[in-house]
Design a protein around this ligand. Sequence first.
Ligand code: RAM
Length: 414
Amino acid sequence: MKRSAKAFLAPWIALGLVVSACAGGGAPAAPTSAPAAAPTTAPAAAAPTTAPTRAAAAPTTAPAATTAPAAAATTAPAATRAPATAPTAAATTAPAAATPAAAAGGAKKSYKLYMMCKVAGIPYFDNSRKGGEEAAKELGDQLIFQCPEKGDAPSQIQLINAAVAQKVDAILISANDANALVPAAKKAMDAGIKVTTWDSDIAKDGRILFQNQASSEQVGRVQVQIICELIPNCTGKIAINSSTTTATNQNEWIKWMKEELKDPKYKGLELVTTVYGGDEDQKSYTEAQGLFKAYPDLAGIISPTSVGIAATARALEDAKLNGKIQLTGLGLPSQLKQYVKDGTIGKFALWNPVDQGYLAVYMTHLLLDGKITGKEGETFTAGRLGQKTVGKDGEVLLGPPLVFDKNNIDQYSF
Ligand code: RAM
């Protein structure tokens, strides 16, 4: 906290101003994501979109992106919890374009989309919002982006009910709980609202489509592969510092981490515990400190949350344990750059969260248009991301995860 408050207050204030401009009805900031031509995901050869076999286990570093980093989103604070000036639960509405995109041979349709993240104040979700706003603008939709102050299911149920009362056309959810939101989501669908999920799913009878950032299996396995690479001789105790106990995505990834650990090549690694920082900066920091204390011989930590990994890195440095305890997980390059450069984090993974938000809005718009229905095998063009396919259980994959290290981290703007 000390470091973040001092060194990163200014960029946060700047970001807060941008957000309030959007909330006030101004045009959304220019997209920070790559232009159509620039690859935003690792090539298929480096990280296949299908689940990797154990043989193909070694994680590969994503190639240098060809995009010039965007100006606005390149600096993020170490703290993953927003100070007062950062975006809050207040909705930011992207205005619909003056001329909505034409639906082939019919009326031009402009939809009111209600996009919800897990909890307000997380830079990761600011990037998803940017992508969502970019797509909404292209499609002529109105996007209401809203996140609860508290990252839990009851808060999200309240927001779902509020969205139903607002008679939105679709609700796009990154969920804090796989099952608790289902009855509210079903009620929304009964009212004629299309429900989709992105980032973190709910049980499939509560939604039509799920935009998954990357195969959950691959995301889970790659983090174990990296920690094994980082820990000398791949031997020692490891722990997981996760988000909330009920988060669908983190729980799914942890399941795959445990699967990966069953491979005999990890026989030297012992997963001693999983703790939960709740996607809150301070709690994640405290949980990390708890791990240092409880396991003085800890060799590595995996933190599969953008909030948790940044807080854990800070805790490691504050305790002067960086280098002694290896750290990996999922996080934003813009937030973790300093820790990669000073060696606290050797490597970590993610995807492009701007593209993630963009794809979530695109697929939901096409669902509302009736161009896709959620059936396995349907294909569609998601604007600058090109062709995407609806997979099993209505899952639409963004692409393979990206792996970041000191060689490529400067090339990413999110
Ligand atoms: C946090 C959230 C989000 C997850 C990322 C990696 O920002 O938990 O759901 O996808 O981390």
